[in-house]
Design a protein around this ligand. Sequence first.
Ligand code: GLU
Length: 482
Amino acid sequence: MADPVRVRLAPSPTGDPHVGTAYVALHNMAWAKKNGGVFVLRIEDTDRTRYSPDSERRIFESLRWLGIRWDEGPDVGGDFGPYRQSERLAIYKEHCEILLAKSAAYLCFCTAERLDWMRKDQMRRGAQVGYDGHCRMMPPEEARKKQSAGEPCVMRLAVPREGETEYHDIPRGRIVFKNAAVDDQVLLKTDGFPTYHLANVVDDHLMKITHIIRAEEWLSSVPKHIHLYRAFGWPIPKMCHLSLLRSPDRSKLSKRKNPTSIEWYRQQGFLPEAIVNFLALMGSAMVAGKEEPEVFSLEEWIQGFDLSKIGATGPIFDIKKLEWLNGVYMRKLPSETLAKRLVDEKFSPPELTGEKFQKILPLVQERLKRLSEFKELADFFFAAPASIEPALLIPKGRDSTSTRQALEKILDRWKGLTEWSAGVLEASAVEVMQQLGWKKGEIFMAIRVAITGKTATPPICDVCVALGRDETLRRIENAQKC
Ligand code: GLU
């Protein structure tokens, strides 16, 4: 029987939680779910110069917000922990000893100055840049002696100099590389921390990872990893390198061109399900046989998910498409869910009460493309306009006296109404309009501006119903004074 599928996401906590991390996470989670397997989250924090303590928490938070869940990890535990590489240093040291004993690795005492000189010399000669093997020839006893005497050193992989090695990448097929082109990679640094390469391979093996699904940028590391797996005598997991997300101009997605932090999208009022749909849509084809094949839930996507369907071209991260998808999801949200999201994500004024909410939400929902637009679209529900622009209030070709009179008439009529409904309000406003010889657009715009201070709002008579009689009349009275 084949080994149970085990996949992993291995982020380095070095900065903002990146949309690319979520993209890779989704693919891993989907493959685990599709196969009844296990999804592991491992924190790769061995690069202490780039490590940021806050970043791990923010990565967890952002992934969880998107609905991404892992079965094993630093925060949820599991049988293969610890899941933070900085807590596994003894394991890496032990594996370094194994490699040294097999002569698959060696200690290197070259100073930074020598390495710098070597690199410059190689560049000057137009030769391949990489470690020149200076310490590779040193007898192991001599190297041990130097190490015991406290001389700073690193450990390097002794990559075979001749021959070729090949491997299979799921989207790209067979890949062959010349061993001579592979550098004698540093595995253990002077600070006693492993490099990404050693820790990554050791952990993928010890955590019984069956499929490595990660970003394309790691493709060039695979040759080193293959040599490491071979040196240990371990089986090589299946590999699937996902093409990098690209900006619409096809360049690599970068902060300068497009926001890349998941937190930014959250702060901008995007919905997690829209982002997930968007990322999934980029990863593989739409869910076929659906009425809206581009709009699907995570579960639907997972059902049709297959690693072998993943292509090798870079999907385009088109924020306009995300905005469109977000609008689709915003309109679909049940009112109570929308209300809860607005409050939870702090996009609504705290004084919002349940009853008022129910009246105004349906009025603005249709026009909301992001949660963050709620404040701007709905602010007039919570407070009367601080000031009213006469240029907006007074219809073109009319003057302030006639506008005031029109509002006075509306006020008179509306004060006497026994029923406060949109239909009744509209009918009486139309009567006033006819008496005055105004156009429909003129009278309703004057009322709209008087009540909201704005020229674009949901249907104004609905707004008046939501505000209630007293508040509406008070606002018209105030507007007359301006
Ligand atoms: N730590 C690497 C990263 O930050 C992981 C690469 C891999 O998945 O092997 O993306």
